[in-house]
Design a protein around this ligand. Structure first.
Ligand code: NAD
Length: 496
């Protein structure tokens, strides 16, 4: 059903003037998120204030509204959290029978499923992503991780890790804002199943779903201190956590820049380290590809989660003979994307998570134009409050342009062309990253050959952005090292 609606002014953007247009009737998610006015850290099984007594705001990026206040983590808070995790490791978690550990991890999985609606709404409010994505992707993928690793916990002796695999001890885990709950699940589930205890620090712009997860951990009755959640700034709480001598393993997901700093800072400390960093994935479309399916894959590859995805298909490499046709079809499809209220179940693209990220996207898009690429966005009217950027496609892109080399982490696609499979491989590998790639072709032999040639941790064939807890995920080169998911994800938390 469609109806006429008055529209608000475009705020950031694509130069489209507000005008009368046909808007789709909305269908808003109405489940309450039950957000408390303030939250402490979750340390030793209880919510406690910061040692400084200070708090900071977390806001809804789609509206600017303050959602809650959370504790500002200090080095003293980190001391407390690490001490709680150490005590829990020695007293409760490590001595516990693996079958009991499995049961606890399973309880967390079940509680996530039971509270899935509430978690989805909370994630959408704090992050800005469309409700259909948090409902159908983030939350189910998070519970799936706990379910999957619960199954490993009592089978470690038979998993081919050698005799008597041991947990590493206390894990310090730092996560980004793009998939806050799912990143927490990717970190906590394998660590707990392997017998480690954890101190998790969510990103400062998206602390709420990790705090709700802490509540779930409390309700699942995990021994106190097995999971601790500490909120605060990366430069203070994050830095103190990874540097803490009581931490045995650092697991970091975030920007390549901070990842490199961590690698330098941890050199010689003997701590285990895994890094999941940035990407600049190529999505490669051959002239024999199933085109309509490929167009959907291109759109999903770069506009899923507003392109704020480390493995986003941000470089479209399309075979020259079909490039014009693909761009034309792509533009037509982008014209149908709905950008706006993230709580509307029909929304395809929500808000950008924070002001700094929006500025980075704007700066790189301007650099793209300045360097001679051609910028295009469909007509769309962006909400007047919050952080917004329209879906954007650049053609006439040269491999030397910044938009072809740098991670934008936003809804911006750079289109490049190739003539031969060899040229496609050379262009795809012409990056300092190596996280993921996509290949679209009907030829099975070509898929296998490409998968062997592409320097990327994941290669999707005739699909993109597909995830499963059983599949290891991770990168090469400046995309980091170590794998999350599957058996390798467990090995990253074991001494074997
Ligand atoms: P970021 O590096 O700014 O922050 C990530 C986390 O690190 C946050 O919790 C932050 O508070 C913390 N942090 C910041 N400085 C720190 C320091 N000095 N010491 C310890 N912790 C510190 O990244 P972001 O902006 O939150 O996330 C976006 C980036 O994450 C992108 O580059 C994206 O590609 C990457 N990412 C990678 C993956 C992957 O699996 N490879 C997944 C999601 C996001």
């Amino acid at each position: 059903m469609i109806k006429e609606q008055p529209l608000t002014a475009a705020r950031n953007g694509n130069g489209v003037k507000p005008s009368k247009r046909l808007a789709y009737a909305t269908s808003r998610e109405s489940t309450p998120a039950n957000i408390a006015p303030s939250y402490g850290h979750f340390i030793g099984g209880a919510f406690v204030p910061s040692s400084s007594g200070e708090t900071f705001e977390t806001t809804n990026p789609a509206t600017g509204e303050v959602l809650s206040r959370v504790a500002t983590g200090t080095p003293e808070d980190v001391d407390r959290a690490v001490a709680a995790a150490r005590k829990a490791y020695e007293k409760y978690w490590q001595p516990l029978s693996p079958a009991r550990r499995a049961a606890y991890v399973y309880r967390i999985a079940r509680a996530i499923s039971e509270r899935s609606r509430e978690l989805a709404v909370l994630e959408t409010l704090d992050n800005g992503k469309p409700i259909k994505e948090s409902r159908d992707f983030d939350v189910p993928m998070s519970s799936a991780h706990f379910f999957y690793y619960a199954g490993w916990a009592d089978k470690l002796d038979y998993a081919g890790f050698g005799p008597d695999p041991r947990p590493l001890g206390v894990a310090g885990q730092v996560i980004p804002w793009n998939f806050p709950l799912m990143m927490a699940a990717w970190k906590l589930a394998p660590a707990l199943a392997a017998g480690n205890t954890c101190v998790l620090k969510p990103a400062s712009t998206t602390p709420l779903s990790a705090l709700l997860l802490a509540e779930i951990v409390q309700q699942a009755d995990l021994p106190p201190g097995v999971v601790n959640v500490l909120t605060g700034a990366g430069s203070v709480a994050g830095a103190a956590l990874v540097a803490h001598p009581g931490i045995d393993k650092v697991a970091f997901t975030g920007s390549t820049e901070i990842g490199k700093d961590l690698q330098r800072a941890l050199a010689g400390t003997g701590k285990h380290l895994t890094l999941e960093l940035g990407g600049k994935a190529a999505n490669i479309v051959f002239d024999d590809a199933p085109l309509d399916q490929a167009i959907e894959g291109i759109v999903n590859g770069i506009f899923f989660n507003q392109g704020e995805v480390c493995c986003a298909g941000s470089r479209l490499l399309v075979q020259e003979s079909i490039a014009d046709l693909v761009v034309e079809k792509l533009k037509r499809r982008l014209g149908t994307l709905r950008v706006g209220d993230p709580l509307d179940k029909n929304t395809d693209l929500g808000a950008i998570n924070n002001a700094a990220q929006l500025e980075k996207i704007q700066e790189l898009a301007e650099a793209g134009e300045a360097e001679g690429a051609v910028r295009w966005s469909p007509k769309c009217v962006l909400p007047s409050h919050g952080y917004w950027f329209p879906p954007t496609v650049f053609t006439n892109v040269s491999p030397a342009h910044r938009i072809a080399r740098e991670e934008i982490f936003g809804p911006v696609l750079s289109v490049l062309t190739f003539r031969t499979p060899e040229e496609a491989v050379a262009k795809a590998n012409n990056t300092t990253y190596g996280l993921s790639a996509g290949v679209w072709t009907e030829k099975g032999s070509r898929i296998l050959w490409m998968a062997g040639q592409l320097r990327a941790g994941v290669v999707w064939a005739n699909s993109f952005n597909r995830f499963d807890p059983t599949s290891p995920f991770g990168g090469y080169r400046e995309s980091g090292f170590g794998r999350e998911g599957g058996r390798p994800g467990l090995a990253a938390y074991l001494d074997v």
